[in-house]
Design a protein around this ligand. Structure first.
Ligand code: UDP
Ligand code: MG
Length: 136
């Protein structure tokens, strides 16, 4: 079964800083994901902590929130058939060293923390994350 979905993508500070925004957007477009909305913003550490609160018990939480708020990011709504899973496939594994060839993280990720992109991991989280950035 396939269905049109929306998911949230974030191009993280390491990739924005290296001018990879257009290259990453091309990968989405080439794979039939339509960019319905996109904005470049910088968030506070408090906002990052709120966004990533599911990870609050993890050892990397504080560093992750510092990192996501350390520079400009690009947040996007991607839309297409099975957008949630498709985006996760295009991103590749969390650790770029483990990511498959031609995935965004394999191509551009620097390390497990500076891994260039975020993508929602389920439809319910996609809705919450889209609301977080686009429906204030
Ligand atoms: N992360 C990290 N160290 C770890 C695991 C994760 O810095 O050991 C960061 C990494 O940037 C990752 C984010 O925390 O993208 C969220 O982790 P998650 O397990 O949800 O990975 P993702 O869904 O981004 O693949
Ligand atoms: Mg995740």
């Amino acid at each position: 079964m396939s269905s049109t979905e929306q998911t949230l993508s974030i191009i993280k500070p390491d990739a924005v800083e290296r001018n990879l925004v257009e290259k990453i957007k091309e990968i989405f477009k080439k794979n039939n994901l339509v960019i319905k909305d996109s904005k470049k913003i910088q968030i506070s550490k408090e906002e990052a902590a709120d966004f990533y609160k599911v990870h609050q018990s993890k050892p990397f939480y504080d560093q992750l929130c510092t990192y996501l708020s350390s520079g400009p990011i690009v947040v996007m709504i991607l839309q297409g058939e099975n957008a949630v899973i498709l985006n996760r496939e295009l991103m590749g594994a969390t650790n770029p060293k483990e990511a498959k060839e031609n995935t965004i993280r394999k191509l551009y990720g620097i390390s497990i923390d500076k891994n260039s992109v975020h993508g929602s991991d389920s439809n319910s989280n996609a809705k919450k994350e889209i609301d977080f950035f686009f429906k204030h």
